[in-house]
Design a protein around this ligand. Structure first.
Ligand code: GDP
Length: 298
């Protein structure tokens, strides 16, 4: 299985090689150095705003350490990345079943991610139910059912066109009766009718809370690393409309756009809890900043 550092190979090529070039071609971290660094980061999908914040923080570290020596740069960068992802993960006791709502645009890998999360929970000895809340796409429901069977999780779904909020409500009811430990609720991700989708998600969220105290206990947004800046605008959209507790970043394998990780952390402060490094149910890795920094900077 791919390790995080292997999954980040292309991102590393893009960022690390260029940073190495920058470091070897400058004797001092002067104005020109910081400008070139900005260019490298923007090109690597760190994003405009996040790049400015990151470079300012790095300059501040250099100023405090009273050094302009490029040899100190990687140390500052490692500290900065470690700080950035240090955010505490809140762990709250919940009355089972834990209800997890999974949201995101079609095609980002939402169904696969639910399978991966379900597999992981099963491996931890939990009884897992997945609910097909994307009643808009029959194929999506079928695919989710196939995954549930493969993973060995329970499945709850109704026909195409059923009211997604009703499916969510009944699924949680079923999970309570059948004593499941955790339920993953899939949701629709059609983007062309943005407004309706956000209203639908709000309704599902409401209904879940009425059925089971504290539900949804977590809302996980799935975003696709290969879409670069689109991942950022989706994070913005979903977090404003329904709130996002965690992000799973998919398809980090084989993309050079891994810099988007930094942008998400800097701009939204939403923790990235897992990253997808392939298409199989085992290809999910817990994410932490220290490993990311090491994988990226070597
Ligand atoms: P959904 O429309 O969001 O439910 O997307 P799917 O789960 O159907 O995934 C869309 C495609 O992306 C499928 O071909 C998946 O196998 C693929 N995919 C999902 N996650 C990953 C990942 O982490 N890495 C790679 N390489 N492919 C992935």
């Amino acid at each position: 299985f791919l390790k995080l550092s292997e999954g980040l190979e292309k991102t590393k090529d893009k960022i690390t090689r260029q940073i190495d070039g920058l470091l070897s071609s400058h004797d001092s971290m002067d104005e020109e150095f910081w400008e070139e660094l900005e260019e490298i980061l923007i090109m690597a999908d760190v994003g405009f705003d996040a790049t400015h914040m990151l470079v300012n923080n790095l300059r501040e570290r250099a100023r405090k350490a009273d050094t302009n020596d490029p040899a100190a740069f990687k140390g500052f960068m490692a500290e900065e990345l470690a700080d950035l992802f240090k955010g505490e993960r809140r762990i709250t006791a919940v009355n089972p079943p834990e209800v997890v709502m999974v949201i995101g645009v079609n095609g980002v890998g939402k169904t696969t991610t639910i399978a991966k999360l379900a597999h992981r929970a099963q491996m931890q000895g939990k009884r897992v139910l997945v609910a097909a809340g994307d009643t808009f796409r029959a194929a999506a429901m079928e695919q989710l059912q196939v995954w549930a069977e493969r993973v060995g999780a329970g499945f709850y779904g109704k026909g195409e066109g059923a009211d997604p909020a009703a499916v969510a409500f009944e699924a949680v009811d079923y999970a309570i009766k059948e004593r499941y430990d955790i339920i993953f609720v899939d949701t629709a991700g059609r983007l062309h009718t943005k407004v309706n989708l956000m209203e639908e998600l709000k309704k599902i969220k409401n209904v879940l809370g009425k059925k089971h105290p504290g539900a949804p206990h977590r809302s996980i947004l799935v975003v696709d690393a290969t879409t670069g800046q689109n991942a950022l605008s989706q994070t913005d959209l979903f977090s404003k409309a329904v709130g996002v507790d965690e992000i799973v970043l998919t398809k980090l394998d084989g993309t050079a756009k891994g810099g988007v990780v930094v942008a998400i952390a800097l701009q939204f402060g939403v923790p990235i809890t897992f990253v997808g490094l392939g298409e199989r149910m085992e290809d999910l890795r817990p994410f932490n900043g220290q490993d990311f920094a090491t994988a990226l900077l070597g």
